[in-house]
Design a protein around this ligand. Structure first.
Ligand SMILES: Cc1cc2nc3c(=O)[nH]c(=O)nc-3n(C[C@H](O)[C@H](O)[C@H](O)COP(=O)(O)O)c2cc1C
Length: 201
């Protein structure tokens, strides 16, 4: 199968240039996540908060990569993740709803695989955020809710560190039900819109 690798290294506006390929053929190579900078963990804990209003600006791919890595990226050479999972079974994952479609985050390869193509998916969520994370996990895994909680808190702390807005929501988790090609027995536990804070009036 031919796979089109699209290198994105600048800003999210390049999403508009994704070739019109069959959905499964679009892989977006993410920039390496930034592992320094931002607020300290203690400072981030001091400013973590939910924000429900977002600026309409899209996020640069570097931020998309950083946010996804915070959620469940690989942080060690043996393939372990930024999120702890029971027995390191790693039965968790994140999808990113972006302006041109929905993508599965492949943490091992640091790529996004397009699973739904089209510019309407983001608009189905409230808030007007430029990215919505869908935190997914296997339903039969007894620790899934805990794993998802760790993922959204990792993201919340990254957002505090980087000056981004986010809210974790138990609402709207079913928006893409029947459309999103989840693995058998998996479900979306939480959604998390992420973006720049809305400008003060
Ligand atoms: C498990 C969980 C579910 C939540 N669900 C929603 C939700 O559906 N909609 C929403 O606007 N906020 C939701 N929140 C955000 C909380 O309302 C928010 O964290 C709380 O008001 C405290 O504000 P803070 O996070 O800024 O401290 C949820 C938070 C958690 C931890």
């Amino acid at each position: 199968m031919s796979v089109k690798r699209v290198l994105f290294s600048v800003v999210c506006s390049l999403f508009l240039t994704v070739p019109a390929a069959a959905v499964a053929d679009v892989l977006v190579e993410l920039p390496a996540p930034q592992k320094s900078g931002g607020l300290s963990v203690l400072e981030a804990l001091g400013s973590r908060h939910v924000e429900r209003a977002f600026d309409e600006r899209i996020l640069p791919m570097q931020e998309v990569s950083n946010v996804l890595w915070a959620a469940c990226g690989v942080n060690r050479e043996d393939g372990r993740l930024t999120v702890p999972t029971a027995l390191n079974r790693q039965l968790v994952g994140v999808y990113a709803v972006l302006p041109d479609g929905v993508y599965r985050y492949d943490a091992k390869q640091n790529v996004l695989e397009q699973v739904l193509k089209g510019d309407g998916y983001l608009k189905t969520y409230a808030n007007g955020a430029p990215m919505v994370l869908l935190h997914a996990a296997q339903e039969s895994e007894r620790y899934s809710a805990m794993h998802v909680g760790s993922m959204y808190e990792n993201v919340a702390l990254y957002c505090a560190s980087a000056g981004l807005a986010n809210v974790m929501k138990a609402q709207e988790t079913d928006k893409l039900e029947g459309k999103l090609p989840l693995p058998d027995g998996w479900k979306i536990y939480m959604i998390q819109p992420v973006g720049y804070p809305a400008k003060a009036d």
